[in-house]
Design a protein around this ligand. Sequence first.
Ligand SMILES: C[S@@+](CC[C@H](N)C(=O)[O-])C[C@H]1O[C@@H](n2cnc3c(N)ncnc32)[C@H](O)[C@@H]1O
Length: 202
Amino acid sequence: MPLGWAAPIYDWYCPKLGLGPKFRAATIALAKLRPGMKVLEVGCGTGVLTRLAAAAVGPQGAAVGIDPAPEMIAVARQKAEAGAQFRLAVIEDLPFADASFDVAFASAMLHHLPPATKDAGLREVFRVLRPGGRLVVVDLDRPANPLWWLLFFPLLAWPMTASNLRGEIPGFLARAGFAPVVRHGRWLQLLSFWTADKGGAS
Ligand SMILES: C[S@@+](CC[C@H](N)C(=O)[O-])C[C@H]1O[C@@H](n2cnc3c(N)ncnc32)[C@H](O)[C@@H]1O
């Protein structure tokens, strides 16, 4: 489900939902980015995280954000800084060669995908990561308090969000081939951070 309609207000709105600079810094920290690394963000939206990744990997590295919403990609390109590139594409058909990236991010985007697309998309991310590469995921998880359950239980009826709320994201990551899959804590008692590594580094 592309989110083009939200593009004009997205960067204003996210911090008001608690997804501001501290949230972005917590996400970036899990990737352990170093200068020269190649980074992919799937479902990049307006490109906030891709720009932070580009700054972290410096001029020898690169960060590419992909998103199927032309409106999101247009905003991302307007705001792009050195080293950050943006392309129209979907996670389930990534236009990149095998083993092209050291690190990938999927931030607040898996809950936009029905289960079959989560599976297909995560297999694609696995393919384009190099052996030893890392995927950092942050997304909806099982709510950690009753109030959130009260507000969010209607989303159990929606195929895109139901598997998130049932706590199934680690299972999707493992099925795509990632190991280990590690949860690193929660955000607002509603989202979780995970790292999912691709083995096989020499
Ligand atoms: C809530 S936004 C998250 C944007 C950004 N990653 C962030 O953390 O702010 C989810 C994004 O996923 C994108 N999206 C939806 N379906 C997608 C797909 N099949 N492949 C890649 N991105 C998709 C939407 O267009 C939207 O921009």
